[in-house]
Write a protein that binds this ligand. Structure first.
Ligand SMILES: *Cc1c(COP(=O)(O)O)cnc(C)c1O
Ligand SMILES: [Zn+2]
Length: 454
């Protein structure tokens, strides 16, 4: 069965365009585009058949269906040739049962979707496999694309550079100088991209890359490009699949440019429309208080798209003041029972450290989502028997400096109450024994104090 999909305006203008066309905005109104699917054709297969097909493909060796994204190819981009797919078998990331953290906050059915356990260490891989595959097919069909380009807060450029290198497509990345982590900077360098470190912020990089890609031989890979949304939308589908097709009560995720929440909503709505699920989860979008345009828009009932000058935050990947996918995200927020909440720098750092003490290794953005989780539980919005999923967007190892600074208690304005600095001492048996004894005493006291203080 051949399924169809095409580009269409999010505001509902009538035109339909090929996904292989170099087009980021509606030619009629200038709005964003999205990939539309022929849902009538998709509905000819029953929900039961779709579930069985998707389950059968999990980690299959049959190219490219073992990928978490391409295992759902009919829903993602059916018009792509399998041999053009550029994939690192992204997706199928662990859904971590956060047992100890859940117990500590009184929500035992707490799960963390570890999207950072992926090829380049963030969920951006899910979208980039789709975008780079399409470019790969365009080039094979003779399109004059010379390179792919993006502006990035770090993770998008890492993903683009890796997938570009895997396909042999030149990559140009625009990064705000000194505003991405060391790991994020070295990733595209290692993958051979042209790395432009500019004296501006993300929004400044975005403005420049938009100018540069007016030239159609440079293909724009930012999330205004709707192809990435198609890959990223599998995250919600995959979460439900991992619960044997049961819908959780809440999904909480950190948001910046608003592509990921748009994608999450789009995937869940497609499942709902095709009858794979019979209800929708509640969504909570989490922002850093220092870069909170979406929170402000939400407080104003989404009457206006607020923009801010984003301030420096430990959650550097969401230091964005003018989110590109605002309209898409508002559509999702209105369709779901949803809210936006924000967290301070101290709350973010503390939440990440608290999670780490229960076996996680949370990046600061995951810290934003966890801090919001704690608030919603305190406020009684999340009930003790709710099933809650927190989306962890990147691997903590990409943010070693943040963790080093936390445990050295040197993050400005943050009192690192859970810090655990290394103990430096002479190679002396007595010193070592005394140090171990006092560690064990402290641990014993903490256990005696019980779970409430954890
Ligand atoms: C990109 C990114 C986000 C934000 O996703 P948006 O689609 O921009 O809202 C959050 N966390 C991390 C680690 C990211 O890389
Ligand atoms: Zn339009």
């Amino acid at each position: 069965m051949a399924y169809d999909c095409w580009l269409q305006c999010v505001r509902g203008c009538p035109g339909r365009y090929s996904v292989f066309e170099v087009l980021y905005h509606c030619p009629t109104c200038g709005g964003l585009l999205e990939v539309e699917h022929d849902t009538a054709a998709l509905a000819e297969r029953s929900a039961q058949e779709w579930r069985a097909l998707f389950d059968e493909r999990v980690r299959s060796n049959e190219w490219p269906y073992g990928s978490g994204v391409w295992g759902k190819k009919e829903w993602v981009l059916p018009v792509l040739d399998n041999e053009r797919v550029v994939s690192m078998y992204e997706g199928h990331t662990n859904l971590f049962w956060a047992q100890r953290l859940g117990e500590a906050i009184g929500v035992e059915d707490l799960w963390v979707k570890l999207c950072g356990n992926s090829h380049t260490g963030s969920f951006k891989d899910l979208g980039m496999t789709v975008l780079v595959s399409v470019v790969n097919q365009m080039i094979a069909q003779g399109a004059p694309v010379r390179a792919v380009a993006c502006a990035s807060t770090g993770d998008t450029s890492a993903a683009l550079a890796a997938y570009g290198a895997a396909a042999g497509i030149p990559t140009i990345v625009f990064l705000p100088r000194n505003k991405v982590s060391e790991a994020q900077l070295i990733q595209p360098i290692a993958n051979g991209a042209l790395v432009l470190a500019l004296d501006t912020d993300f929004d400044g990089c975005m403005a420049l890359v938009k100018e540069i890609t007016q030239d159609n031989s440079l293909y724009l890979a930012n999330s205004m490009n709707s192809l990435r949304i198609e890959g990223q939308k599998t995250v919600g589908i995959e979460i439900v699949q991992q619960f044997d097709w049961e819908v959780p009560d809440w999904i909480i995720l950190p948001v910046g440019n608003l592509g990921n929440i748009s994608a999450l909503g789009k995937g869940l709505l497609l499942m709902y429309e095709l009858g794979l699920i019979d209800r929708l989860p509640r969504l909570a979008a989490a922002q850093a208080e220092r870069a909170n345009p979406f929170y402000r828009s939400y407080m104003g009932g989404f009457g206006v798209a607020e923009t801010v000058q984003a301030q420096k935050t430990v959650a550097s990947a969401i230091q964005i003041g003018n989110p590109v996918s605002y309209e898409r995200a508002v559509k999702v927020m209105r369709r779901f029972d949803s809210l936006v909440e924000q967290a301070t720098e101290s709350e973010i750092a503390d939440a990440a450290a608290r999670a780490d003490l229960t076996g996680m290794y949370a990046c600061p953005h995951t810290g934003v989502a966890l801090a919001v989780l704690f608030k919603l539980v305190d406020r009684g919005l999340i009930a003790s028997d709710d099933r809650v999923v927190v989306i962890s967007t990147a691997h903590g190892l990409k943010f070693s400096q943040f963790k080093l600074d936390y445990h050295a208690n040197s993050l400005p304005g943050i009192e690192a109450v859970r810090r655990n600095p290394p103990v430096e001492l002479p190679a002396d048996l007595g010193d070592v024994q005394r140090t171990i004894q006092s560690y064990l005493d402290r641990q014993g006291q903490q256990i005696a104090q019980g779970a409430t203080n954890r």
